[in-house]
Each structure stands twice: as structure tokens, then as C-alpha cells.
Design a protein around this ligand. Structure first.
Ligand SMILES: O=c1ccn([C@@H]2O[C@H](COP(=O)(O)O)[C@@H](O)[C@H]2O)c(=O)[nH]1
Length: 235
């Protein structure tokens, strides 16, 4: 049985373990999952995973691995052995890299969900062109999502603006984990491809990643409750 049915994943983008736990202690594992990213993990290491698991949370370890196949497979295995619920790689690392990671989890009978980042939600079409990608942004996301599915992954990180297309190409059961979620009360910050929580769910997102609209709100618990209310979730 999952710890929570909520689609919400709160991004704990904090510079210290203490600051992250201060937020986690206001949250409830029956209401959301938590995401640990590069800043927090680089500062606090596996101790943060232990601390969050000890509090009953399911954790998405968002380190976006991108390296040669053996290195990525070993990193994904290491994450899964620490009990994380979800881990990710960059789909642009290619088929061999994604297959190696998926195969390693299967060989070791590790049940961690493995997903791939398509195109970062902070990017727009002009950013893609600048790094030499000639396809349109929508086509690039679709191409990488299909490659991730063919490589045996459970889903992708994409913008909610692409969730409906990915659902039609890869199926409803293929996970669409979408950052760039901005309730009406929040500012966009560095995100380019954004949607409100309700729009994102209607578009077919399976999970919504929310960071600053909650963690930097004057009252984070009120902000979380407002998002739950928008989604019709009883707190
Ligand atoms: O394409 C991506 C992939 C990952 N992220 C991460 O999600 C959160 C979003 O935080 P906000 O404060 O709600 O913008 C953050 O940890 C990113 O590293 C993403 O935004 N886009």
C-alpha cells in the first residue's frame, strides 16, 4: 500500500539538513511525498534520506544522473538501496544508459521508480536551439519520452504542458512527473513552461512537483492547503 495517494511532491530545496527537516516536520507523509535535489543532497548526503524515511516520507531523489551506462546504473542502484521511492536520469543520456539503469534495478529486484528528464521546465524553444537541438520543443519532449518508455523506464519528468501528448504516446500509466507548477498566487521564478495545479492534473500529469510556491510562502502550510483545495483533496 502506498503511504499517500496524493499527487503532490514537495521539493525540499534547502541549503542545510536542519532547514529541510524544519519544513518536513510541518508536513505529513499522508499528504505529500518529498523531493531531495542536488543542493540538499550535496550538502547533507544520505543522512537526509535516512531522516526523511524515519519520518515516514516517500522520497524522490532528484539527482538527474547523466553519465556512461555502467556509472549511471551503479548510481541508480545505490539510490534504490537507500530506499528511495523514485530516482531519475536525463533521457538525453540515451537508450543504452537508460536500459542499463532499468536492467540493474530489475536484476537486483529493486522496486524504486526510475524516470527520465525530457527537457527541463526552465527551458524554452530558444534555449534548445542554442544547445544544437533542431527539433521543436514539443517534438524533443515526445521523442525523449518515447525513448524512455522503450528503454524500460516508469515515466518522465516533463512540463505539464506536455502531459497530454505524452499520455497519448506512452499511455496513462506512464508517469508524468511535472515541475513548473505555479498556483495563481505564485510567481514563475526561473520556470518557463508552467501550469496551475488543477490545469496540470487535467492535462494528465500523474505527480506535481512544487517547491518555492510552498517552501518560500509566508505560510507554507496555508500554501499547501490552498493547492490541495484547488485539487479537491481533503486535508
Ligand atoms: O525540468 C525540471 C526538472 C526538475 N525540476 C526541479 O523541480 C523543482 C521545482 O521547484 P520550484 O521551486 O517549484 O520551481 C526544483 O527542485 C527543480 O530542481 C524542475 O524545476 N524542472
Amino acid at each position: 500500500m502506498p503511504v499517500t495517494e496524493s499527487p503532490l511532491i514537495i521539493a525540499l530545496d534547502y541549503p542545510s539538513l536542519d532547514a529541510a527537516l524544519c519544513m518536513a516536520d510541518q508536513l505529513d507523509p499522508s499528504r505529500c511525498r518529498l523531493k531531495v535535489g542536488k543542493e540538499l543532497f550535496t550538502r547533507s548526503g544520505p543522512a537526509v534520506l535516512e531522516a526523511l524515511h524515519g519520518r515516514g516520507f516517500e522520497v524522490f531523489l532528484d539527482l538527474k544522473f547523466h553519465d556512461i551506462p555502467n556509472t549511471v546504473a551503479s548510481a541508480v542502484e545505490a539510490a534504490a538501496e537507500q530506499g528511495v521511492w523514485m530516482v531519475n536520469v536525463h533521457a538525453s543520456g540515451g537508450r543504452a544508459m537508460m536500459e542499463a539503469a532499468a536492467d540493474r534495478l530489475a536484476q537486483k529486484r529493486l522496486e524504486t521508480r526510475l524516470i527520465a528528464v525530457t527537457v527541463l521546465t526552465s527551458m524554452q524553444a530558444s534555449d534548445l536551439a542554442e544547445v544544437g537541438v533542431l527539433a521543436s520543443l514539443d517534438e524533443q519532449v515526445a521523442q525523449l519520452a518515447q525513448l524512455a518508455k522503450q528503454s524500460g523506464l516508469h515515466g518522465v519528468v516533463c512540463s505539464a504542458q506536455e502531459s497530454a501528448r505524452i499520455a497519448s504516446l506512452c499511455g496513462d500509466g506512464f508517469l508524468k512527473v511535472t515541475p513548473g507548477i505555479r498556483p495563481a498566487f505564485a510567481v514563475a521564478n526561473d520556470q518557463q513552461r508552467i501550469m496551475t495545479p488543477q490545469e496540470a492534473m487535467q492535462a494528465g500529469s500523474t505527480h506535481l512537483v512544487v517547491g518555492r510556491p510552498v517552501t518560500q510562502a509566508d505560510n507554507p502550510m496555508d500554501a499547501l492547503a490552498a493547492i490541495e483545495s484547488e485539487l479537491g483533496i481533503d486535508a
